[in-house]
Design a protein around this ligand. Structure first.
Ligand code: ATP
Length: 297
């Protein structure tokens, strides 16, 4: 039988009165790219901490590649980039990478790792002297330095500029192609849409959705028509098929499932409209209700 990458059975964690994770059952197969999402406080970081053996469950259990989290066979096979990472501030980048690589039996070839994570120019700089984005790159290199079979990434691209994020996405896609199992938490839905195969949504410590990302995206069936028009909301709402109208600056966006009829009517009612574009709904559209914050945690 194929051992799953991750198996959770009734995994639960309370902090005093706060029931942060409420008995999760989950199986992740090897090679899957999972996005774990949810509002602030949904229990994502707590779940990751238990998976990595940094925290003991209050009840239930987790296995990683068939072993208990935190044990040596697991530590050799996982890599992690957490939200808060403390590294020795006075060590230089190359010293940090060498130090962490030395913990692994099968480390990544360091020259290739440095090239991949673009650390060449800052190898001799002390960690404390790096910018936030550069520190994230070092943390990523450390997560990769044992050639992990499973990679845990907790909001890895927070604070990175768009170019760096895209380079990061490319590396993650390549890792996925080479068979690495990846568990990503992120609040950036474009990142999740671009990368993940499967989406798991946590809400108040429970899994409320678990499906292929493409299937969840399909749940928002509508198209968005964006244009600059002089028609007011009353006239727009009167067009058959218009479901919702939103405004952003001079642009109006109309959500509809009947884009051909709505477009024809729109152009008839306002032949002078400009900046017209039509696009399929996004993951954000599909998740807009699901991810709305709850008032109580
Ligand atoms: P975010 O997106 O904000 O990072 P999250 O989904 O990762 O949130 P967790 O950090 O796992 O959520 O927190 C889950 C719940 O547990 C929250 O209500 C949080 O306040 C609570 N919690 C987390 N850590 C502790 C702690 N050490 N002591 C007490 N409560 C905690």
């Amino acid at each position: 039988m194929n051992t799953p990458a991750i198996s959770l059975k009734g995994l639960q964690k309370s902090y005093g009165q706060v029931n942060a994770v409420k008995g999760i059952d989950l199986t992740v197969n090897k090679g899957e790219f999972i996005a774990l999402i949810g509002e602030n406080g949904a229990g994502k970081t707590t779940t990751l901490a238990m998976l990595m053996g940094l925290m003991t469950p209050s009840s239930g259990f987790a296995t990683i590649l068939g072993h208990t989290p935190g044990t040596k066979p697991v530590r050799q096979k996982i890599g992690a980039m957490l939200q808060s990472t403390e590294l020795p501030p006075v060590l230089k980048v190359h010293e940090l990478i060498q130090l962490f690589a030395s913990y692994y039996e099968r480390p990544y070839d360091l020259a290739n790792l440095i090239k991949l994570t673009q650390l060449d120019d800052i190898l001799d700089r002390k960690y404390q002297a790096l910018s936030g984005g550069q520190q994230r790159r070092v943390q990523f290199a450390i997560a990769l330095c044992g050639q992990p079979e499973i990679l845990f990434l907790d909001e890895p691209t927070v604070g990175l500029d768009m170019n760096v994020r895209r380079e990061f996405w490319q590396i993650l896609s390549d890792l996925k192609k080479s068979g690495t199992t990846i568990i990503l938490t992120s609040h950036y839905l474009d990142e999740i849409e671009a990368l993940s195969d499967r989406l798991i949504i946590l809400k108040s410590g429970e899994i409320i959705a678990d499906d292929m990302t493409s299937n969840i995206k399909k749940r928002a069936q509508h198209k968005n028509i964006t244009c600059a028009t002089n028609l007011d909301d009353i006239k727009l709402k009167a067009i058959p098929g218009v479901e919702a109208i939103t405004k952003s600056g001079r642009l109006t966006t109309i959500a509809t499932q009947q884009e051909n009829q709505v477009l024809a009517e729109l152009l008839r009612a306002d032949p002078n409209l400009t900046d017209l574009s039509v696009y399929a709904s996004t993951l954000e559209d599909a998740l807009s209700n699901v991810l709305a914050p709850t008032t109580k945690n």
